[in-house]
Design a protein around this ligand. Structure first.
Ligand SMILES: Nc1ncnc2c1ncn2[C@@H]1O[C@H](COP(=O)(O)OP(=O)(O)O)[C@@H](O)[C@H]1O
Ligand SMILES: [Mg+2]
Length: 458
């Protein structure tokens, strides 16, 4: 066993040195590869044993039975870890949902006690969709009729709500008597809608008839909707439903969703809406999330690994899973059941490398430009400044993040450079100070993680 593992390490060493000999070609002369600024397109020195993300390997070894048993066992645990911590899907069941008790309590309170409509907002990967799903499960247990709809860029008000109505049985309409012909036909609210496009008012007329249950309509990924008319109609719908005390409530989720924009269309609905910001997960929640992986794969994250993952993930459940999964696999591949500091560190390096490689070429190229290298500190400060829920930040926010070491004028000038010359930031004009944000999702988190890694190495 031991000699076998050794051979693999040797192979790794070789692959690593092999990579070294290719990489410097695109590194500017005089730039140290250990620099954490994006030298030659690398945000973080690449430590993977292969030039790209690792090629697939067989999980089990075919040599003999005893070994196959051991290998199968390992394969099983690896799969279990992936199931527990895989980061590509939102959580839909309570068993795999960690923390978020306060958010859940606030959501339930808003819906049940205050009877208001709720807007859940926060950055991508923070757990909005997962919260919405687990909340839906909880509400169904309390006999709410919950209808989940994910908005796409092409969402259209009539189509969206026609399909919502198609899922509300007609027996819940006040005009339909139990045992009547209509009730027995098994129709839905859809048949009561006008044919063709309709607006909020006509929809509210139908929805105001709900009796015998309460309906919750979850509109996920609301920020993706392009059609301004959709948003205007939804604001109008909230107003109409509230005015008529209808037994229908909306739960809307979105990245960087601007509550004011929604309310802007109908200022009087402010008191009928509660905004629920999704906050970064705290240490205890991160621990709880990793425990899911520990139980599934029979491993343990030691305190140092836990601290590293907690710090690097910055409260994002998505990153906790990604790092926890990779670090766990590293330990298991090495026949250890305790995941340590080194595994966590290596996982961070892998994630940064893979993450960067997954950015569009244009974004990668922009990050690798001299301007980005020169103003690295500014970009990291900007990333931190924008890590609040909606991603937008001002010159003052960056000034504060930089500890007052640079003049606001210089900061503004340099930020503009990344709007105009290097396409990394967007700028929003409007009343008050200009606002900036990173144009491509994930870049800010990537910058923060690379910076945190650089600090650790220093
Ligand atoms: N409370 C949670 N417990 C465990 N995993 C979570 C939790 N919230 C989110 N995740 C995980 O984080 C990732 C992003 O979650 P998601 O709900 O899709 O975020 P959002 O909708 O805000 O983009 C998913 O992989 C999901 O499984
Ligand atoms: Mg989502």
């Amino acid at each position: 066993m031991i000699w076998k593992r050794k051979t693999r390490d040797e192979a790794t060493d070789q692959a690593e040195s092999g990579m070294d000999s290719i990489a410097p070609a695109d590194v500017a002369p005089g730039v140290n590869r250990e620099d954490f600024a994006p030298a030659g397109g690398e945000l973080w020195r690449r430590t993977a044993a292969e030039p790209g993300p690792m090629l697939p390997r067989f999980m089990a070894n075919a040599s003999d039975d005893v070994e196959t048993d051991v290998a199968n066992e390992l394969a099983r645990r690896r799969l279990a870890l992936r199931d527990a911590l895989g980061a590509s899907q939102p959580v839909i069941a309570r068993e795999s949902f960690a923390g978020r008790r306060e958010a859940m309590a606030a959501l339930i309170n808003a819906v049940e006690e205050q009877r208001v409509h709720v807007v859940i907002y926060g950055e991508r990967g923070i757990g909005k969709t997962s919260l919405a799903h687990v909340f839906a499960e909880t509400a169904r247990e309390a006999r709410y009729l919950v209808i989940y709809g994910s908005c796409g860029t092409a969402a259209n008000f009539s189509d969206m709500f026609r399909s919502v109505c198609a899922r509300i049985p007609r027996i819940y309409h006040s005009s339909v008597l139990p045992n009547s012909l209509e009730a027995e036909k098994g129709d839905s609210f859809e048949v009561m809608l006008p044919e063709g496009p309709f607006g909020a008012r006509e929809l509210a007329d139908v929805m105001a008839g709900v009796v015998g249950t309460r309906v919750l309509v979850i509109l996920d990924e609301y920020d993706r909707v392009v059609d301004v008319n959709f948003r205007r109609e939804v604001a109008e719908l909230i107003k109409n439903l509230s005015d008529r005390a209808a037994r229908v409530q909306l739960v809307i989720t979105g990245v960087a969703l601007n509550l004011d924009e929604l309310i802007g269309y109908a200022p009087s609905i402010r008191r009928n809406i509660t905004g629920l910001p999704m906050r970064p997960m705290n240490g205890a929640e991160v621990k709880e999330l990793l425990r899911l992986g520990e139980r599934a794969a029979e491993i343990r994250y030691d305190n140092a690994a836990l601290a590293m993952i907690t710090q690097m993930a910055g409260g994002s459940p998505y990153l906790v899973r990604l790092l926890g999964h990779q670090a766990g696999i590293l330990a298991m591949n090495d026949d250890r059941s305790v995941v340590g500091d080194a595994d966590a560190r290596k996982a961070v390096e892998q994630v940064i490398a893979e993450w960067q490689a997954s950015l569009p070429r244009r974004v990668q190229a922009n990050l690798a430009r001299d301007e980005a290298r020169v103003h690295w500190g500014l970009l990291v400060a900007a990333a931190r400044a924008g890590s609040s829920a909606d991603g937008w930040f001002t010159v003052d926010d960056v000034y504060a993040e930089m500890g007052g070491t640079h003049s606001p004028l210089a900061i503004e000038r340099d930020l503009k450079l990344f709007v105009n010359t290097v396409d990394l930031l967007e700028r929003r004009e409007g009343p008050g100070d200009p606002h900036f944000r990173f144009g491509y999702p994930g870049v800010a988190s990537l910058l923060m993680m690379s910076a945190a890694m650089a600090r650790l190495a220093a």
